[in-house]
Design a protein around this ligand. Sequence first.
Ligand code: ADP
Length: 457
Amino acid sequence: MRFRPPSVRARLTLWHAAVLTLIVCIFSAGILLFLHARLYAALDAQLEREIATIGKVYREEPEELKNLASEWGITLFRVDDAGGVRQQTEAWEREGLSRALQIGDSASPLSWTASDGRRYRVHSISEPSYRVAAAIEETSLRDTLWTLAVILAMGIPFAAGLAVAGGYFLAGRVLSPVGAMAQKAREITAESLAKRLPVDNARDEFGQLATVFNDTLSRLQDAFERLRRFTADASHELRTPLTAMRSVGEVALQNRFDAVTYRDVIGSMLEEVDRLTRLVESLLILTRADSGKVQLAPEDLDVGGLAGHVVDQLRVLADEKQQALALRAPIPVYARADAALIRHALMNLIHNAIKYTPNGGTITVEVNATGGQAKIEVRDTGPGIPAAHRDRIFDRFYRVDTGRSREEGGVGLGLAIARWAVEANGGHIELASDGKAGSLFRVILPPTGKSFALGKG
Ligand code: ADP
């Protein structure tokens, strides 16, 4: 099983310490190698110089060779010529440095260890008539390098310890906003959705996270608020017809009425049942819409034909109010949409127009094309909707004139359903009138994507 430190802080600390220790190791090794190369280069250069001096003295004043140690401080050398060993220092002989020369007459200096453990850097240069060999003790140089290596090696655990402590401290500081956020988030419940996470710096990563979380909270709060309002409104709407039925029933029970009056009582109770049924159906549609489970069946829809069907279905209601209900569809228009949903939306719009337009008014449904899209307009000569209500008219249970709407049997959900039906199909619905002369609702539907988008033939 892979070891995994439990907290982000521990993980950050370990990574920090590991990377830092690795850097210190590489750095230390680099220093050692560099220093080793530089010191040996300097030693070799000195050796070269000494050999050159010895060679010069041998060639020019060979008698002076024995004074080299005292005059020049060159204590380890040997000169050979045709007659054998011409001169060698006492120290050279004592340390047996000639053995180093037997290892090989290498072109470059080499390190050699004497029997007493001392280390020497040895080099020789052969000329046609003589050979000069010299050595310098390198023990102190090696000691220096060794001491440095020990210091660096001892420093590494110390640096690692510091890295762990520093990393732990830094990670703690960096992660402290997360702790604060978690603490605050724990306090947020469905009842306290108004609370928000603290944002220290909105531009850093944690600030961005907290901002996104806060945005989500705002949306949740809105959704909760809408749900709460919807439930309250729905309960209120359900209670009204139930209360009406109860009081009508109680009055009928308490009194003795003739058969005609009882029929009226039953009639008015059935009206309330109708209203309840419509309300429950609308609520069901909206609940399904909210759950996002409605399966759309988009098709290439003959918009004019569909509007014609709805107009024909509702004509009887318009006739009852002596209203003129006309359909204008100058060109065939097609849209890509779910027929049942669009029918529902048109039904609600035209039904509203009939409901709220006084007797003798005019309702016109016009189907046309605009910018490659299908356009349906439902216009009436009714009281219109004041501009102040324009933004909220599609809200659930929103009514301009509650009393009037109830009287007409409305439940305040027709436009909300119409909007959902249109938008679910990728369309757009708006109240286009300014409330001065009747109402004008406009629906725009997406094109079919085929060549007959605007009109077939
Ligand atoms: P309702 O079931 O009450 O008709 P809707 O959602 O269909 O609910 O409409 C919301 C409100 O908008 C209505 O209560 C009414 O006040 C107003 N309204 C809708 N259509 C029209 C219209 N054509 N003319 C005037 N007012 C309208």
